[in-house]
Design a binder for this molecule. Structure first.
Ligand code: SF4
Ligand code: SF4
Length: 113
């Protein structure tokens, strides 16, 4: 995030329904978060990363983060680093593919934020 960007997440929840979240090693090892493949939650970091068991669990719709309640993150203050790093109005290059997907979603569903 550049120092010139002032970012305020409105907690609309759109991005939490579009992308799967990778936990980092520390987050995965902490066991603080619900992950996909709970049956493999005993796997160590290398094994988990290999099979994608370090992804946050999603709701039954298969796309919404398990921690999204209505439009807000229920673990906002302790959300994973990947969530903290991303902002939908970011000008950062690494965010642009996701920003485009979010904007398309807003256009398709006539969402104003
Ligand atoms: S980062 Fe943007 S899309 Fe994601 S919840 Fe915040 S305002 Fe909504
Ligand atoms: S942890 Fe919170 S901010 Fe991250 S995807 Fe889930 S609901 Fe959204």
């Amino acid at each position: 995030m550049s120092k010139t960007e002032v970012m305020k997440c409105l907690q609309c929840g759109i991005c939490c329904k579009l992308f799967v979240i990778n936990l980092n090693e520390e987050e995965y090892n902490s066991k603080r978060y619900k992950t996909v493949f709970q049956e493999f939650s005993h796997f160590d970091w290398e094994e988990a990363e290999l099979i994608g068991a370090n992804l946050l669990m999603q709701k039954e719709d298969g796309k919404t983060c398990i921690y999204l309640e209505n439009t807000k993150c229920s673990i906002h203050l302790s959300r994973p680093k990947a969530c903290q790093a991303f902002f939908c109005e970011s000008k950062e290059e690494w965010c642009q593919d996701m920003v485009r997907i979010i904007n398309k979603e807003k256009e398709t569903n006539f969402i104003l934020t």
